[in-house]
Write a protein that binds this ligand. Structure first.
Ligand code: DGY
Length: 328
């Protein structure tokens, strides 16, 4: 029997490719070329499955041009690159990689909060530039982390992980806003209190964004929201570009209406709003919140197992949609 054909759209761990090759005829992209949408459609011709990352958009146009496609397995927990309703309508299974990255991403969220509050990259740049000539009492004096108020917008698994770190490790008061409040047991475990978005913005000393990107969360933090924050507050975005209006944020940072920001994701990344590169009070990282080797390997294996599960048993481990007839 012929093996199903799959496209692995970006470079991936060689051992994961080897595992996929046991089950599939694999077209890989180990040169890691970033394809245009038209090139992606061309590469997907004849492929029954796709191993994707956040950089491949699977929408109605791709689905219409690739009628043989049956599953797209995203190596990411976020799936804003998928038009899931269009995939469901086209009978294409969608899957993502939840859980395996939760703690690693929460670690990074907390690291970015610390680096932002304590001005770590700004002070390192100063030192590297040879500007450090003497100690002084207020040099790079930042914001207190322990005992301060941690605000979390989007209280899913990763948000809860950050809340636990703040509450249990740093004695922070944790407040959060979410589409719905957590159950009482989870709130108690996270030592977190549900508040309105307005109270969150006005009260948090450190605000971390961990909500999924959607049309509803586009620019959830813009000029109006930034204006509600304390001038001493910091903002961290490890969620998705587009949740923050980066132009408005750069202006708030320049005018110091908030103290500092830590950003791992950007509108239109890998391009950045140019103003973000000119303000000193921002820590910038290139979308690496889940990037430990162990976690990225776990994510790649889960995406691969979703493809294997679908084609061998008719079901993915972590599907995002339910199909009328999910038969490979
Ligand atoms: C995720 O898993 O969604 C991360 O942002 C990596 O894309």
């Amino acid at each position: 029997m012929n093996k199903p054909s799959i496209l692995v759209a970006r470079a991936v761990f060689p051992q994961v490719l080897d595992k996929l090759a046991q089950h599939f005829t694999v077209t890989a992209n180990q040169a890691d070329v970033l394809w245009t949408p038209a090139q992606l459609i061309e590469k997907l011709q004849g492929q029954q499955g796709a191993f994707t990352t956040g950089s491949e958009r699977i929408d109605a146009a791709v689905l219409a041009a690739c009628p043989q496609l049956k599953i797209c397995a995203n190596m990411a927990v976020g799936f804003n690159n998928f038009d899931v309703p269009a995939m469901t309508a086209a009978g294409v299974l969608a899957s993502n990689t939840p859980d395996v990255l939760t703690e690693t991403t929460a670690d990074f969220g907390f690291a970015l909060l610390m680096a932002t509050a304590r001005r770590m990259t700004e002070s390192e740049h100063y030192l590297r530039a040879g500007q450090w000539t003497k100690w002084s009492y207020d040099m790079f004096a930042g914001a207190e982390v322990h005992g301060s108020t941690l605000g979390i917008l989007g209280m899913g698994r990763i948000g809860q992980g950050i809340a636990r770190r703040g509450a249990h490790g740093f004695g922070m008061q944790v407040i959060y806003h979410n589409r719905s409040a957590l159950d009482a047991a989870t709130e108690a475990d996270c030592k977190a209190r549900y508040v309105s978005k307005e109270e969150l913005l006005k009260t948090a000393d450190h605000l971390v964004l961990v909500l999924p990107y959607s049309a509803q969360s586009h620019h959830a933090i813009g000029a109006a929201e930034l204006a509600l924050m304390k001038p001493t507050a910091t903002l961290v975005n490890i969620a998705r570009g587009g949740i923050v209006d980066d132009a408005a944020l750069a202006q708030a940072l320049r005018q110091k209406t908030i103290a500092a920001a830590g950003l791992d994701v950007f509108e239109g990344e890998p391009k950045l709003h140019p103003d973000l590169l000119t303000v000193p009070n921002v820590v910038l990282t290139p979308h690496i919140a889940s990037a430990t080797l162990a976690t990225r390997l776990a994510m790649a294996n889960l995406a691969a197992d979703n493809l294997i599960g679908y084609f061998t048993q008719g079901q993915a481990l972590t599907p995002l949609n339910t199909l009328a007839a999910a038969t490979p």
